[in-house]
Design a binder for this molecule. Sequence first.
Ligand SMILES: [Zn+2]
Length: 110
Amino acid sequence: MKEKKVIIVKSRMIPRGYCMNIFGTIWTRDKSWIDRDVINHERIHTAQQRELLFIPFYILYVAEWLIRLLKHHSWQKAYRNISFEREAYTHGHNLDYLKNRKPYSFLKYL
Ligand SMILES: [Zn+2]
């Protein structure tokens, strides 16, 4: 299977050192740190978004972040514990992960 190119958009709205996946495109302030692992991490988010038909993904993402924020009292810790992020951080370094990933795998990280 040939890998599709990922579109990276430069934006000053994104805080330094972060990127955001908006409907499968990667938005970042500075492209220099975007390596293969980061792109793979974002591809995992794109797969999650497709499964949830995009808009519900963002709603669930923010809802889970808020619930985890109540538990952890740290926005960074809450972010890292969102099920979508746990799946993407666990497998971001495995460039073959998406070839064998089962649909809705983020549910394992709830
Ligand atoms: Zn992520």
